[in-house]
Design a protein around this ligand. Structure first.
Ligand code: SAH
Length: 352
C-alpha cells in the first residue's frame, strides 16, 4: 500500500517554515531540519538530535524520508563500482563510481528507464517508468561520495548525468537536484564539475541557456548527418542536426561554456570519409571538444566498434581544424557499468 505520509524532502525551506509556524514551533526549526535532510543526509527523524523527542515523533507521524537504498554494489577489476539503487516504490536505477588518478566521477541516473529509443543503448531498450525526484538524484551522489571516501579515501570530484534516462526530459527535478548538490546547504560542489549529457533536445538546450545554468553540457551526437542519425537515434527526426547546432550556438552565446560532443564510431554506420567531414564541419561551427567514446556492446549486433585507424582518422581531421578530440576508453565493462550498458540486468526481474 502506498504510504500516505508526505515525503518531507519534497518541501522547500519555506514550506517547512510554514509547517513549523502552523504547529506553534519557532521557524528556525525549519533551518535545523533542512540541514539534517540535505547537508547531513539524515535517513530518519530519530537522528535529528537537536530537536526534542516529542517533535521528532511528531515529524515521524506526519512525514517520511524516502531515502534510496543501495541494494547491490559490484566492483569491476578496473576499480569502477556499480550501485543498484532501490527507490521507495521498489523501482531500481543504477549509478556508477569511476575512479582515475586525479578524479572520482559519479555517473548518475535521472529516470527509471528511458523513453528514447537510441538503438545502441541498453537503457533505451527499457521502458521509461518514471522520473526521479530531486532527492533521489541527490542521494545517488551522496552514496557515491561516501563510497569514494570509504574505498579510495578521496572525495567525489565530478558528476556526470550519463546514467539511465534523459535528464532534459526530467528538467525541473534535475535542476533542483543540481541546485542542492551545488548549494552550500547541500554538498557545496562547484557546478563546473557537473556535466549534463543530453540526447539533443534543441528546445531544452535553449531553455538551459535562458536559465543561465552554470554546469557543463555534453551532446550525444554520434553523427552529424541527418540520414545517419535518424537511423540510430529516432529523436533526431524532430531534433535534426542543424537545429542542434543552432541550439548549441545559442547556449554558447549565453553561457560561454564549451560543449562536449560525444561520439561513438561504428563499422558500416558512421565510418566513412563523409561522416568524418560532417563532424568536422559541425565542430568547426561551435566551440567544443569531442569525446570519441569506445562502444560498449549491448544485445544489438548491428553495432560494432570501428577499428582504431578510423578513430585515428577522426582525431586527425578534428585536430586539423583545431578541435581537441579525446579517445575515451570505457570503464567497468565486466560488470555492465559502462556507458549505455545500464539496464538493471541483475534487477530487472524484481521490478513491478
Ligand atoms: N540520455 C543522455 C544520457 C545517458 S547516455 C544522453 O543521451 O546523452 C550517456 C552517454 O552514453 C551518451 O553519450 C550515449 O550516447 C552513450 N552511450 C549509449 N549507449 C552506449 C554504448 N552502448 N556504448 C557507448 N556509449 C553509449
Amino acid at each position: 500500500m502506498a504510504d500516505p505520509k508526505k515525503d518531507i524532502r519534497a518541501l522547500t525551506r519555506d514550506d517547512l517554515k510554514g509547517y513549523f509556524h502552523e504547529i506553534g514551533e519557532p521557524t528556525f526549526r525549519a533551518d535545523q531540519v533542512y540541514e539534517w535532510l540535505w547537508q547531513k543526509s539524515a535517513q530518519n527523524f530519530e537522528s535529528m538530535t537537536n530537536l526534542s523527542l516529542e517533535l521528532r515523533e511528531k515529524l515521524d507521524e506526519n512525514f517520511v524520508i524516502n531515502h534510496i537504498r543501495v541494494d547491490q554494489m559490484q566492483r569491476s577489476e578496473d576499480g569502477t563500482v556499480k550501485n543498484a539503487v532501490r527507490l521507495y516504490d521498489g523501482k531500481v536505477v543504477e549509478s556508477v563510481l569511476i575512479p582515475t588518478d586525479k578524479r572520482i566521477t559519479a555517473c548518475i541516473s535521472s529516470q527509471v528507464g528511458c523513453s528514447l529509443d537510441c538503438h545502441f543503448c541498453a537503457t533505451g531498450q527499457m521502458e521509461r517508468m518514471r522520473n526521479l525526484n530531486p532527492d533521489e538524484i541527490y542521494d545517488q551522489v551522496v552514496a557515491i561520495h561516501n563510497e569514494a571516501l570509504e574505498l579510495y579515501g578521496r572525495p567525489l570530484t565530478n558528476i556526470v548525468f550519463m546514467g539511465m534516462g534523459e535528464p532534459l526530459m526530467n528538467y525541473k527535478n534535475v535542476l533542483e537536484a543540481i541546485d542542492k548538490i551545488t548549494s552550500p546547504e547541500g554538498l557545496g560542489m562547484s557546478p563546473k564539475r557537473i556535466t549534463l549529457s543530453t540526447v539533443g533536445l534543441a528546445k531544452m538546450i535553449r531553455k538551459l541557456a535562458d536559465d543561465e545554468v552554470k554546469f557543463k553540457l555534453a551532446l550525444s551526437l554520434h553523427s552529424a548527418i541527418d540520414e545517419v542519425r535518424d537511423q540510430i537515434m529516432p529523436i533526431n527526426k524532430v531534433n535534426p542536426v542543424n537545429d542542434l547546432l543552432l541550439a548549441l550556438q545559442y547556449w554558447y552565446d549565453k553561457t560561454r561554456s564549451k560543449v562536449t560532443l560525444e561520439y561513438v564510431v561504428w563499422e558500416g554506420i558512421n565510418d566513412r570519409t563523409e561522416d568524418i567531414q560532417a563532424l568536422v564541419e559541425f565542430a568547426k561551427r561551435i566551440p567544443c571538444k569531442v569525446n570519441l567514446i569506445e562502444y560498449n556492446p549491448t544485445d544489438d549486433d548491428r553495432f560494432r566498434q570501428a577499428p582504431s585507424n578510423i578513430i585515428d582518422a577522426y582525431s586527425h581531421a578534428l585536430g586539423q581544424v583545431g578541435v581537441i578530440a579525446k579517445v575515451r576508453r570505457s570503464r567497468g565493462k565486466d560488470i555492465d557499468a559502462a556507458c549505455g550498458q545500464l539496464a538493471n540486468k541483475n534487477e530487472v526481474s524484481k521490478q513491478d
